[in-house]
Write a protein that binds this ligand. Structure first.
Ligand SMILES: [Zn+2]
Length: 111
């Protein structure tokens, strides 16, 4: 329901985002995550992965580990509207080699 409201607000230009979080229970594996979505893989109440399609245009699936025992690891915060903030930035060494931050659901490109 909140997603529908978020979408409507975005259409009117009152809410800005490139990505919204969708909680899922299983890693998508090789299946593509729809553009505009960040899949938050939550297993037994623990955040495991953040998955998205590369916004740089190559569409490669990006899987970010949220496991605190692994390196590298990322953290994801989600606001009221489901807009994610990722820390640190994402740098694709393979594929299109894009580098970006996700802040409040918006993609901020690094030079
Ligand atoms: Zn890419």
């Amino acid at each position: 329901m909140k997603r529908l409201i978020a979408r409507a607000l975005r259409r009117f230009g009152w809410l800005h985002y490139d990505l919204l979080v969708s909680p899922v229970t299983q890693h998508p594996g090789k299946s593509p995550v729809p553009p505009g979505e960040l899949w938050l893989v939550i297993d037994s109440g623990v955040k495991k992965w953040a998955c998205m399609s590369c916004p740089g245009g190559c569409g490669v699936q990006i899987s970010l580990s949220l496991n605190p025992d692994r390196r590298p690891r990322w953290s994801v915060e989600t606001d009221f509207w489901g807009r994610p903030t990722l820390f640190p930035s994402v740098h694709q060494h393979r594929a299109c080699s894009c580098h970006f931050w996700v802040k409040n659901g918006l993609i901020e490109w690094c030079r």
